[in-house]
Design a protein around this ligand. Structure first.
Ligand code: MN
Length: 252
């Protein structure tokens, strides 16, 4: 392909990432993300952040703790790349102030987008892990608007303490859970696909099990792409007119 052709293809690519789990204790991941925003992502048509960008999010009044990430995202949006964010199970308290400061658009989970004519359902993926009943009960509680309003009324220090306690409990519980419980439930996925009129493609994160799955449901061929985390694995998914493929971080 000639140089003009290459540029055309690159400008048409949509990039998907999730589960970066950015936090102060892993500065190299934040650095890798800022480099990604300032290089690979700048060549894209759009960047989709499908949840758990941050290890936790205590509220938008803590935005200054992640000013470098906010600046990097805003700079990308100013370079005419559309940036979209979906909540994950760790950063579901990201609100309007963050989205405005970072110049990105918050998407509902799930939603269906058109990628070069391919109907693609995107989701963080935690709602699909329906075998984990404890987690689903927790999710129902913390996604409730009243719970969130009450939580956000506490001081930032109190919220961070409570989040630290919840994370410690979750890590402990996870160590006792069978690994299958923490993967998606196929029936729950199938129902979601039927409810959305059989999209041709699904992209989600959360499980940290990057893989392409080809499935057939009620006579429909559907491809499911699972995104990688960034602190143990590290890749992004790129979608263009030719389809989807994984790319290691740091390569284009
Ligand atoms: Mn997650």
């Amino acid at each position: 392909m000639n140089q003009i052709g290459d540029q055309y293809a690159a400008n048409q690519a949509d990039l998907f990432i999730s589960d970066l789990h950015l936090c102060a204790s892993r500065p190299h991941i934040t650095k890798a993300f800022l480099t990604f925003l300032n290089s690979t992502a700048k060549e894209a048509r759009a960047l989709y952040l499908l949840g758990d960008v941050f290890e936790y999010w205590a509220g938008d009044d803590d935005l200054v703790s992640h000013q470098d990430v906010v600046d990097g995202l805003r700079d990308l949006a100013d370079s005419d790349v559309a940036v979209y964010l979906m909540h994950g199970n760790r950063d579901f308290l990201i609100g309007d102030a963050f989205c405005t400061a970072a110049k990105l658009k918050l998407l509902p989970d799930p939603c269906v987008i058109d990628l070069h004519g391919v109907r693609t359902l995107i989701s963080h993926g935690d709602a699909l892990c329906s075998d984990d009943l404890d987690y689903q009960a927790f999710r129902l509680k913390v996604r409730d608007k009243n719970w969130q309003t009450a939580f956000l009324q506490r001081s930032l220090t109190e919220r961070k303490e409570q989040i630290a306690a919840m994370r410690a409990r979750s890590e402990l519980e996870k160590s006792h859970k069978a690994s299958g419980i923490m993967d998606i439930n196929p029936q729950t996925l199938n129902q979601l696909l039927r409810d959305h009129d059989y999209p041709e493609r699904v992209i989600h994160g959360h499980t940290h099990r990057p893989m392409q799955h080809d499935l057939s449901l009620d006579g429909h061929a559907i491809t499911r792409w699972v995104l990688a985390d960034w602190y143990e694995q590290g890749s992004y998914l790129t979608s263009d007119a030719g389809g989807c493929h994984y790319q290691p971080i740091g390569q284009t």
